[in-house]
Design a protein around this ligand. Structure first.
Ligand code: HAM
Length: 421
């Protein structure tokens, strides 16, 4: 019996992996422009790290964590998201002592035991960004701008940005009790999960995917009518700044974002043609998290982009294929030795090239070069070898010319690097 990958875990194969490289390289380039540094944290953490920070009554903690007891008897969990791990590392390595603000990004796999479907996996990947050390609404606007810049550079179209404010620990309780009163009147109609959450953590009722509960919530009180003056001022300023950046945005009072650590600004970007799993990125402010984890009192804001979903949106593009620039075609043993030398000369100058070592006819090697979309074929037969030249065929327009072998490298250096600029 052959062994296959686990349900909800997938391989990223050649043809697809080029897209991933493109997404990661694009993000890294933009992060550099915005002054972000990379941080890499382990995929396994102590279970306790996630429980209260993400929230005891969230779907993630209640139903989705990959938690296991290791050989030493300790409870460990595959990270379901990156923010909490990054904050753990921030505190553990005393990064706050080094400078007042920190801009950190990370890229990697996350694990949630959800029901797999299109755009929803059990191992999925995020590009994650955190801006630590400032509560300024300018930081919120900058992070939203950064997110939109990355999505634009990835070529994602028809994106929809929604924004909300969840208030702060001072104003949230009054909203919670109004929500509890409202839900109490509708208790009979709510699903058992919501009936429970109504008592323990009413905000989490908004995460419910049961249609009946969604209908009830359309008439629920709106958090933005309960937030304090400070939070309202902050929210208005964020919206003004976003408008000033000409980023279209919609207010969504039901956007509570499934993790307990958020306060004030929350936001999400969705794309309609992704189907039911339409959120391609989400984030928000979490001013109390670092303190809750035992660190200093530092405000922060961040977001994560779901790479698996972004990749689905890029799947129709052909340009991701890793095309060689030159496909070397030797005909005969002596030609193969010489072609192998030329191949290594190209590699040394980082010009993508390829050659295959089986004895095959000119026709079948040309067919192969065409199939993998090489830009050029360089054909070397005994006759060319005797004249110390090589036949170059441009596979885009089928024009061809002989060049002296000593000019081979210059010929491709000029064409490859000119093409790149
Ligand atoms: P999140 O909304 O849970 O936020 O996840 C962010 C993105 O990860 C989602 O918008 C989605 O694109 C992707 N995603 C989540 N779950 C899955 C899944 N099962 N399969 C495929 N993609 C998925 C966070 O994780 C926060 N830590 C973001 C953040 C950073 N907030 C502040 N800083």
């Amino acid at each position: 019996m052959t062994i296959t990958a686990l349900k909800g875990f997938k391989d990223i194969l050649p043809g697809e992996s080029e897209k991933w490289l493109f997404m990661e390289e694009t993000a890294r380039r933009i992060f550099q422009t915005f002054g972000f540094s990379e941080i890499r944290t382990p995929v396994l953490e102590k279970t306790d790290l996630f429980i209260s920070s993400i929230g005891n009554y969230t779907d993630i903690v209640e139903k989705e964590m990959y938690t296991l007891i290791d050989r030493s008897g300790d409870s460990i969990t595959l990270r379901p998201e990156a923010t909490v791990s990054v904050m753990r590392a921030f505190i553990e390595h005393n990064l706050q002592g080094q400078q007042p603000v920190h801009r950190l990004y990370s890229i990697g796999p996350m694990f949630r035991h959800e029901r797999p479907q299109k755009g929803r996996f059990r191992q999925f990947h995020q590009i994650n960004a955190e801006y630590i050390g400032t509560a300024s609404p300018f930081a919120d606007a900058e992070m939203i701008y950064l997110l939109i810049q990355i999505l634009d550079h990835l070529g994602l179209e028809e994106t929809r940005l929604r924004i909300n404010s969840l208030g702060c620990p001072l104003c949230r309780p009054s909203f919670n009790s109004a929500l509890q009163d409202f839900l109490g009147e509708q208790k009979e109609v709510l699903c058992p999960d919501c009936q429970r959450r109504m008592e323990t953590n009413p905000l989490r009722v908004f995460d419910c995917k049961v249609e009946r509960c969604g209908e009830v919530l359309t008439a629920a009180p709106r958090i933005t009518t309960f937030i304090c003056m400070e939070c309202l001022k902050h929210f208005e300023q964020v919206q003004e700044l976003i408008a000033g950046l000409s980023i279209p945005v919609q207010r969504d009072p039901r956007l509570v974002r499934g993790l307990d650590y958020y306060c004030r600004t929350t936001f999400e970007v969705s794309v309609s043609h992704l189907g039911s799993q339409d959120a391609v990125a989400g984030g928000g402010r979490y001013d109390g998290l670092i303190r809750e984890l035992g660190g200093p009192d530092r405000p922060a804001i961040g977001f994560a982009i779901g790479l698996d979903r972004a990749a689905l949106l890029l799947s129709t593009l052909e340009e991701w294929i890793n095309r060689p620039f030159v496909f070397l075609i030797p005909l005969g043993t002596a030609a193969r030795d010489q072609a192998f030398n030329l191949l290594t000369v190209l590699y040394k100058k980082e010009i993508p090239a390829m050659m295959e070592y089986e004895d095959k006819s000119l026709k079948s090697q040309l067919k192969r070069a065409d199939k993998i979309k090489s830009h050029y074929a360089a054909i070397l037969g005994t006759e060319e070898l005797n004249k110390n030249q090589i036949l170059i065929r441009n596979l885009n327009d089928q024009s061809q010319e002989f060049i002296p072998i000593p000019h081979f490298l210059d010929y491709f250096l000029e064409r490859y690097y000119k093409k790149k600029v």
